[in-house]
Design a protein around this ligand. Structure first.
Ligand code: SF4
Ligand code: SF4
Length: 112
């Protein structure tokens, strides 16, 4: 399976926003916007906002990903991902993702 590991360890290759963007699939954009609005309690997410090629890929980003504190921190420190950071195991910024997303820590470690 293709892997496009984001700064936090999420695999962007499995993300519906990326799939919808690559395929230019408006139906999947609408499904994704409805799902994320519900899951993240964010009614402001519209299907037109679902455009993202991936955290570390060239191209458009979903608005939250541009503002993501994890991504911004890793980029500001010159790391490819949090997997390059000596503070990974103790970091309070990325810990929520590492606990919530199975495989995220392993994804980061697999890059080194
Ligand atoms: S960076 Fe984009 S492709 Fe990756 S998880 Fe976030 S929305 Fe999905
Ligand atoms: S301090 Fe935390 S969020 Fe920042 S690069 Fe290191 S592990 Fe990632």
């Amino acid at each position: 399976m293709e892997k496009l590991i984001g700064c936090c360890g999420i695999n962007c290759a499995e993300c519906d926003a990326r799939k919808a963007t690559i395929a230019n699939d408006d139906e999947l954009r609408k499904i994704t916007a409805e799902k994320w609005s519900r899951e993240f309690n964010a009614p402001g997410i519209t299907w037109e906002m679902i455009n993202c090629t991936g955290c570390r890929e060239e191209g458009p980003k979903f608005s939250h990903c541009l503002e993501c504190g994890i991504r911004n921190c890793a980029m500001a420190k010159g790391f490819n991902t949090c997997g390059d950071c000596p503070d990974l195991e103790t970091c309070s910024i990325v810990t929520g993702i590492l606990q919530a997303v199975p495989g995220a820590l392993e994804n980061l470690k697999s890059l080194n």
